[in-house]
Design a protein around this ligand. Sequence first.
Ligand code: GUN
Length: 290
Amino acid sequence: MQLLNGTACSQQIRQEIALEVEAIVAAGKRPPHLAAVLVGDDGASQNYVGMKVRDCEEVGFGSTTVRMKASTTEAELLAKIDELNSNDAIDGFIVQLPLPSQINENNVILAIDPTKDVDGFCPENVGNLSLGLPTFVSATPNGIIELLRRYEIETEGKHCVVLGRSNIVGTPIAVLMSRNTNPGNATVTLAHSRTKNLKKLCASADILIVAIGRTEFVTADMVKDGAVVFDVGQTRVSDNTRKSGFRNVGDVDFEQVKDKCSYITFVTGGVGPMTRASLLQNTLKAYQRR
Ligand code: GUN
């Protein structure tokens, strides 16, 4: 079994981006700038946004965190998005999800200028992805593709089972894995809560991508010998032995599954850092396009 080291890979990507930023600044231009909107005080979201901002500092990007209270109305958030859309100093921005229940996520996504939508969530960017046109590929699927590319894992003709059909991960990674590209050219099954014979289906996967948000859902009997397994899930569970009071648990029972795999990601240091690196890549792309 080889662990897919997202920390090391993302470090490489950050170094590549930092060099590009150095060249931009040396040419007398301003560096790329990412803004992140954080609504409410969800601990995990605060943590994710904090890490995204630190990543920006590390590569030399400018960054802005826009904090809005948990009681923010949809109209207030849409007004903030308008402001960010028309602010020329900001190349791209994200609105961290999930949002408080009074705000309709789709209305928010629809309000973001597609040229600044570095999450790749807008209809135009999702449509471009489906058509194989240049776009902002959403960060987690892009991170998985980068890991496959950098570890030179063969995907052509393989059976890839994607567990979970979210707009953020499951659906776009299914599209990317089935495209006529490398990585890609896989035969993809997109499985979800209504899928029959799930265990048998997963056990037939050469590549298993798990993004369903159910802790340790994938057990050894669901994994084929030699499979490549990506665990996208990250759920906080309380753990009094930790200083933070919690630990992150993935969707895959890592201890049970790891020895059956040719490659596997761990819940920390796997897909997460690659997601953040992809956001930096998209922000650089947004800057270069402007
Ligand atoms: N919440 C979980 N993942 C993501 C992501 O990639 N982008 C945003 N904006 N919110 C998220």
